[in-house]
Write a protein that binds this ligand. Structure first.
Ligand code: 5CA
Length: 434
């Protein structure tokens, strides 16, 4: 993209309404704009990050054997009356009436709808187990939407649903999703700690929250260093039940807790050199709730002996749009965002320090073409200082700085955003080096 003709409205001043770093930086870098309280438009730069986070999430769901589908945002109230949640959900639910006076709602989650879809389509034990997921917008009319996309009213969630024939099989699905989550967050450059949680309005008897570490996180976290050291993609296989069990045992025996559940006695038992403290943000939540929805909604399949079986279910949420803010909370400095390579909107920014200089223009155009859509070309009629500041603010992993003196000899400066390291290199070598 050429910055001169992009809808990336960067701001020099810090917007007064933003209280936390990610909210400030997302507004300043021109990633999002609020259109109503807790509702955001994703501008091109922000959308590229959101898409990368959705893509990594999707790849790991697929790798875990989950199938992608897409359910609507608007749901009939009737389904929620069947599960008993229509009244329970209270004011957080956005209730809508259509022209025929039929009651609808903007979905805050999809347990009822997916149970209904399975009820219509799945008839035999032979068709299970299955896990399905979608990445879809949700609406929750939060009393106090705040912190930008971290607590919005409209937000993007990946929600998956598992269907199994018995409790033992349901636990395997739960573990498989848990491993998918740890891989997902690790690929985004985040350190995640799973924590035993209450299941709240979703219901159920087994639930974990996933807290990622960020110095500005909302809650204090105490955890075992093991969580930082494990290579979740390398050390466990999704398809081996023995691996999943070993993984789950490790996750549940290693200490990890937030302030309200912190257990001083258990903490003492963690070897002193393995004790870590930090702050964290919840980015995912998974639930096993058995027959809480399948039973009242009458979902059954014919078992091997012909008798009806009520499937055991679980649901698994990732806050896709919240993660954009969470990654920034985990990775920024005074000057702006520092994107991990895997989620960065562009691999590099090309900074043309002297527009109109034949050598600068030529090198920039050549690099821009070679990057094939993976670079943002700052071709604006702006001072060098403004370009440096905006590139740091937007946080591209690499900056290719093209000035007239170097350009005359085919040379450019390559800067790594995370370390600030700079090196002078031949323009022709840039792609190979990064
Ligand atoms: N049905 C279950 C799992 S699919 C469910 O809805 N779980 S949840 O309520 O915990 O939400 C899942 C994830 O969505 C949360 O971990 C959080 O990361 C994200 N989320 C929840 N509320 C918001 C919000 N208001 N703004 C942004 N993200 C949110």
């Amino acid at each position: 993209m050429r910055l001169s003709r992009s809808l990336i409205p960067t701001l020099k001043e810090t917007p007064a309404e933003a209280q936390i770093a990610s909210h400030r930086l997302m507004l300043r870098a021109g990633m999002v704009r609020q259109t109503a309280a807790g509702i955001y438009a994703w501008l091109p730069l922000g959308l590229r990050v959101l898409a990368n986070i959705a893509r990594i999430t999707r790849e790991e769901q697929d790798a875990a054997g989950a199938q992608e589908l897409l359910m609507p945002t608007i749901q009939p109230a009737e389904l929620w009356r069947e599960s008993g949640r229509y009244e329970d959900y209270g004011k957080e639910m956005l209730r809508i009436r259509d022209r025929h006076d039929r009651e609808l709602l903007y979905g805050p989650t999809n347990e009822e709808m997916i149970t209904d879809l399975f009820r219509q389509s799945v008839k035999s034990y032979r068709e299970l187990p299955q896990i399905v997921y979608h990445i879809q917008w949700k609406f929750r009319d939060e009393v106090r939407p705040r912190f930008g996309v971290m607590r919005g009213r409209e937000f993007l969630m990946k929600d998956a649903y598992s269907f199994d024939l018995d409790h033992e099989a349901a636990v395997v699905s739960y573990r498989r999703m848990m491993l998918a989550y740890m891989r997902t967050f690790q690929r985004m450059g985040l350190k995640a700690i799973p924590m035993l949680a209450e299941s709240g309005p979703i219901g159920g008897d087994l639930s974990h929250e996933f807290i990622i570490l960020a110095p500005t996180g909302e809650s204090q976290v105490f955890y075992d260093a093991a969580f930082e050291d494990i290579d979740y993609s390398g050390e466990f296989s999704q398809s081996s039940e023995a691996d999943l069990e070993r993984f789950f045992d490790l996750m549940t025996t290693c200490y990890g807790a937030t302030d309200d559940k912190h257990d001083a006695t258990a903490w003492e038992r963690v070897a002193p050199d393995r004790r870590r403290e930090g702050r964290g943000i919840e980015v995912g939540h998974i639930f096993h709730f058995g027959t809480k929805y399948s039973k009242p909604m009458g979902l059954t399949v014919a078992g091997a002996d012909g008798r009806p079986v009520i499937p055991e279910m679980g649901s698994y949420g990732v806050g896709v749009s919240r993660l954009v803010g969470a990654v920034i909370e985990a990775s920024h400095d005074e000057a702006g965002i520092i994107w991990p390579d895997s989620v960065a909107p562009f691999r590099a920014a090309i900074l043309n320090l002297k527009l109109g200089d034949a050598a600068c223009d030529h090198i920039c155009e050549q690099l821009y073409a070679d990057f094939a859509g993976q670079a943002l070309y700052d071709d604006r009629e702006e001072r060098a200082g403004v370009k440096f500041a905006d590139a740091d603010l937007m946080g591209h992993p690499w900056q290719v700085v093209v000035g007239p003196r170097g350009a005359a000899n085919g040379r450019v400066e390559l800067k790594r955003r995370a370390t600030g390291e700079r090196q002078e290199v031949l323009a022709a070598d840039v792609l190979r080096l990064i």
